[in-house]
Ligand binder design. Sequence first.
Ligand code: HPA
Length: 279
Amino acid sequence: MTDDFTLAESAAQFLLSQTPLRPKIGLVLGSGLGGFADELAGATRVPYAQIPAFSRSTIVGHAGQMVIGKAGDLPLAAMQGRVHLYEGYSAKEVAFPMRVLGRMGIRAVILTNAAGGINLEYKQGALVVLSDHINLQGHNPLVGPHDDRLGLRFPDMTQAYWKPYREIALEEARKLGMTVYESVYAAMLGPSFETPAEIRFLRTIGADLVGMSTVSEVIAARQMGLKVLAISCVTNMAAGILDQVLTHEEVLETGRRVMGQFVALLRAVLPRIAGDVGA
Ligand code: HPA
């Protein structure tokens, strides 16, 4: 079987052969947040199905394409949609796009997702910069034979979410007059939403948000030395907080509603991250 490094290298070379752009910043746009990539200029759009070894998303609201284009003068590689463990993909498959981005020369990734709000201060539609995570998915993309070319066997996760980027995001959000929080994301396997008892448990162990994505990507990205910024949109309050049923439609609807704010924040943050990675 071909190893992940070799597969990622060939997927990266394939993508770079489709565009003259050489982005240093990657973006993953979560549920209902994909619209940002529609606005990129001079874009090359490659459906995941055409990228060697890439997995395809099966979920409504995740378009499933890599968009390489420019925001202003800044070249970006933006993923519209991602795959999840709950679709039946392994953690390695979920993290594979980070391998590809890393091999393309990406130095910083901004991961976005939809999440349930556990912290009672949060309201639907709030944006939250992740400071840390708790991985309760029972999976890790680094399990299995180790390949030194991808990074360390035991990568440090003390600063999984790059502190200077978190500060940039909080600062720019405040300048834009947005209410923005910084807190801890608990990752669950899904696809069922949590029970109210699980949400009380997550609150007790120090989580403010809950979702079903992101951590496998962050682990792989950090192993490769990519700097990570992650921003959640609180698409709903978590189970048992409000007296209402949770639905995927609500998640998508809230994502769409706050897209404008999200895009404004990304636009403000990107040039400062570009300065850091020399993009
Ligand atoms: N739980 C888990 N994942 C989610 C939620 C939630 O309430 N909302 C959006 N993604």
